[in-house]
Design a protein around this ligand. Structure first.
Ligand SMILES: [Zn+2]
Length: 450
């Protein structure tokens, strides 16, 4: 399949858009109140409506194709990745000759060649490389991401862009709807988020199970699963024996073969079965196999929602669709509720209950922020301001010199650090572009004085 040459008959008058015209130029019982049937609707899609697609992988390729064929004429796509051989079975905008090139750039070029009415602007970059002035230019943002951290970050960005009127209501013109698709093997979901109005990513954070991390003691001493043996080789044996004098690379077949051999030996020692090369690959790279048909269904659901929001031709889905085609096809939609205590969108002060400030160390607090379903932070940095106005960095893992200087605080109790009941901690993390404020609430009020 090669891209066809530009075809002038694809313009606004083309027969290609007749199906869309039926929807956009006629009144119907399900249209939203602000819908007015008119040829202007198609023109709006093709010339004015600006949509950002985040991710040009499995979902992103489907999304770009769907949106272009649905009449959208001004798409942007962001992706920081380059094309690998293993992508080609489902990321159908790429060819073997594209291996090593930017996904965003190749996808944009392919769509544009195939459908010259659609202008696609690629961004070979991370979402974190852009600030609010970039994101502000879009009418709708649609995500086909495989990373929860990235989803949370863009969610935080869109929330930070909300403007409020004097009576503290949201200025609706500052809302950029976000459509989020996600797939994992045969399961997928699609959701519509109106930042500030409907449930955001953080409101439903407990839907994401925390990533499985096996306890080190189990891996080292009492392995029971084939995964434990593979993790052992990955975490302990590789560093010890350093077989190729380089860090382990999950894309290098020689490395994987070495891990496979050693994991098999270890599994035999403990009478564990089930080590396969494919499992080794999965554990090392944290891969859940991608399924093209799931991507197609979820992207179609997302693109339909983008179309409905852009044209008002029908009500948006409310607001969370689950899909499973593991065994037959099963799907349903439910309304995820906005959480009154959401870290990102509730504007409510976040209270952090502390059992006893004399025994709770800073490390305990950080562990809680990382491991509890409510927070699921990655590597939080904590600062505070004392009553005398002095600012203190309590801990910061990301900057080496600060980490070294603040490491000693980890083993100190909150009382020893001089933190009072009700004191606020400012927390930064990779999961959000903005800082979050937590208020300490001590259950025992006595702080021991030394
Ligand atoms: Zn929320």
């Amino acid at each position: 399949m090669s891209a066809t040459s530009p075809n002038p008959s694809l313009g606004l008058q083309s027969k290609r858009w007749n199906g869309l015209r039926n929807i956009l130029e006629r009144e119907g019982p399900f249209c939203k109140d602000d819908f007015s049937p008119s040829p202007d609707n198609l023109e709006f899609l093709q010339t004015k409506c600006k949509v950002l697609v985040i991710g040009a992988g499995g979902l992103g390729c489907e999304l770009l194709k769907d949106l272009a064929l649905m009449g959208f004429g001004d798409l942007h796509v962001i992706d920081m990745d380059t094309i690998e051989l293993s992508n080609l079975n489902r990321q159908f905008l790429f060819r073997r000759s594209d291996i090593g090139a930017s996904k965003a750039e190749c996808a944009a070029r392919f769509i544009q060649n195939r459908l010259p009415t659609c202008r696609v602007t690629p961004h070979f970059a991370k979402i974190q490389d852009f600030d609010d002035t970039f994101y502000q230019q879009f009418h709708i943002i649609v995500c086909g991401l495989d990373s929860i951290v990235a989803r949370r970050w863009i969610n935080g960005m869109l929330l930070s862009m909300l403007r409020y009127d004097s009576d503290n209501t949201i200025d609706v013109s500052s809302i950029i709807p976000m459509i989020d698709g996600g797939t994992e093997g045969f399961k997928g979901n699609a959701r519509v988020i109106l930042p500030g109005f409907t449930a955001c990513i953080e409101c439903t954070l407990d839907l994401f199970p925390p990533q499985v991390n096996y306890p080190l003691c189990t891996i080292a001493n009492t392995p029971r699963l084939p995964e434990h043996c593979i993790e052992y080789v990955k975490i302990i044996q590789w560093d010890k024996e350093n077989p190729f004098n380089v860090p382990l690379d999950g894309d290098d077949p020689q490395h994987l073969a070495w891990v496979y051999e050693r994991a098999l030996e270890r599994a035999n020692q403990f009478n564990i079965t089930g080590i396969t090369y494919r499992l080794v690959q999965g554990v090392i790279k944290h891969i859940i196999p991608a399924v093209a048909s799931t991507n197609a269904v979820i992207a179609a659901a997302c693109a339909t929602e983008v179309f409905k929001i852009a044209t008002s031709c029908y009500d948006s889905m409310a607001n969370y669709l689950n899909f499973n085609d593991l065994d037959g096809i099963y799907t349903y939609t439910y309304e995820a509720e906005k959480s009154d205590t959401c870290l990102a969108c509730s504007n409510a002060p976040q209270v952090l209950p502390i059992e006893d400030p004399n025994t709770t160390t800073l490390e305990d607090v950080i562990k809680l922020l990382c491991e509890s379903a409510r927070f699921q932070l990655k590597s939080p940095g904590l600062t505070t301001v004392f009553q005398d106005g002095k600012k203190k960095t309590l801990y910061m893992a990301n900057v080496k010199s600060i980490e070294e200087a603040t490491r000693k605080n980890l083993t100190q109790s909150l009382g020893e650090l001089g933190l009072q009941d009700g004191q606020q901690l400012t927390v930064t993390d990779a999961t959000s572009p903005t800082a979050m404020t937590l208020q300490l609430k001590y259950q025992t009020n006595e702080i021991e004085m030394n």
